[in-house]
Design a protein around this ligand. Structure first.
Ligand code: AMP
Ligand code: GLY
Length: 420
């Protein structure tokens, strides 16, 4: 099978790495890819937001299966364009991708499905939003409705902060994403990411992970795309996972079918767990980044069979074979991220790192300049390792980090602290 993966982050390097292990993969192309992906696949310069361009590319390269990594192409309907052209695709339709692209849509689906989530109000003007905050008090959560690259959520500790956030959103601080605002009850508890593979009808749990969203050790400082993750998440006991599947995910999928928009792809449920009860924080319509890195290292070659079965509607015959293992990934970011940071810094030592089924250095924002790997983004490398215990995985992941020669790196030394 000739396979095209869309995207160029750590998530897509991990997907490419796992797909490449599977003998069913003949040719592997990744667009746009990065310096790490370039070592295992052909990287293509292609506008992945342009569905027609992707269709033409697939025709020219005899691509048979397309795996869409990030949310942005899904939200503009690239999966639909590809399916209309007769291609096999992993990833939801534009309509189903609203589960990530509109927070208000997700809240409505949860209401209709009876799925436990935070109480909320939905507003298109600041005065009504402020009145809601006055009535409910703080802490309270203010969310821009649309895609805002993970920055559209403000946790307001005081009513004053909440009002300021409302003013910011309605005055265009988040562009079109803030034209509608959802205000939510602040939920306490422990967060976990629950990944469920869906083929429109069948839901197959594909692992759990915990992310570290804040830039600073001890979960301090501004939010990022994620500074490290580990899998499995101990808080996701089989009882909590069953509840999340049966009370949240399956009713959501059923509701999507009822609305004529069956969900096919990976559904990432961000959960808040308190007293053994999960509630939905948000859905994402793609793998988490960096959560995907730990899932792929644990799953290996079977990941392709699972994604392929989801795309072909054969999940009821599929199963996930888990080893009794743990994985951790530590993000190495450019100093200054998530604010402004330098690009083009040379990164050494990568060729001497161990690379096997226990260790992989996945690349995110890297590029090749005259044969030298240089940084080209905020999150740059993902030191990823597996072990029989989380401690062993962590020691291996940090040994990878310590083998990299890049003085401009910023990272957290405490990934996994909750579980360790
Ligand atoms: P998001 O950008 O939607 O992933 O949200 C960012 C983070 O905000 C989540 O991972 C949670 O930590 C937090 N968050 C969002 N909604 C709530 C809520 N209703 N209660 C508590 N924390 C929340
Ligand atoms: N790591 C969080 C996300 O991918 O949304």
């Amino acid at each position: 099978m000739n396979i095209l993966i869309l995207g160029g982050g750590g998530r897509e390097h991990a997907l490419a790495w796992a797909v490449k292990q599977n003998p069913k993969c003949d040719k592997l192309i990744v667009a746009p890819g990065n310096a790490g992906i370039d070592q295992i696949a052909e990287c293509a310069d292609l506008d992945i937001m342009d569905g027609s361009a992707v269709v033409q590319f697939c025709d020219a390269k005899a691509v048979e299966f397309v795996i869409i990594g990030p949310e942005a192409p899904l939200a503009v309907g690239v999966a639909d364009r590809l399916r209309d052209a007769g291609l096999l695709v992993f990833g939801p339709s534009q309509e189903a991708a609203r589960l990530e692209a509109s927070k208000h849509f997700t809240k409505e689906i949860c209401d209709a499905a009876g799925a436990p989530t935070a109480g909320y109000g939905h507003f298109t003007d600041a005065a009504a939003a402020k009145a809601y905050v006055e009535e409910h008090g703080a802490p309270i959560v203010i969310k821009a409705d649309g895609l805002a690259a993970g920055k559209g959520v403000i946790i307001a500790e005081t009513v004053g902060d909440a009002q300021a956030a409302i003013d910011d959103m309605f005055s265009g601080a988040f562009g079109g994403a803030g034209a509608e605002v959802v205000i939510e009850e602040f939920m306490e508890g422990e967060e976990a990411s629950f990944f469920v593979l869906c083929d429109g009808e069948t839901a197959l749990p594909m692992g759990t992970a915990q992310d570290h969203k804040r830039i600073g050790e001890g979960d301090t400082g501004p939010n990022t795309g994620g500074m490290g993750a580990y899998s499995p998440a101990p808080v996701m006991t089989s009882d909590v996972a069953d509840k999340a599947l049966n009370l949240i995910v399956k009713p959501t999928l059923f509701e999507m079918v009822k609305r004529g928009a069956p969900y096919q792809g990976i559904l990432y449920a961000g959960l808040m767990i308190k007293d053994g009860m999960p509630r939905l924080v948000e859905y994402n319509v793609r793998f988490g980044d960096p959560e995907c890195q730990v899932l792929m290292l644990r799953l290996g070659a079977q990941a392709l069979d699972l994604l392929h079965a989801a795309a072909e509607g054969r999940l009821s015959e599929a199963q996930v074979n888990w080893a009794d293992d743990h994985a951790m990934t530590v993000v190495m970011a450019a100093d200054g991220y998530p604010g402004s940071y330098a690009k083009g810094q040379a990164i050494g030592g990568l060729d001497d790192l161990p690379e096997d089924s226990m260790h992989v250095m996945f690349h995110a924002g890297t590029t090749l300049r005259n044969g030298q790997v240089v940084s080209s983004g905020g999150r740059v490398l993902n030191a990823t390792a597996r072990g029989q215990s989380l401690r062993e995985a962590a020691d291996r992941a940090y040994a990878l980090v310590d083998g990299v020669d890049w003085p401009g790196a910023a990272l957290r030394r405490d990934i996994g602290w909750r579980a360790l």
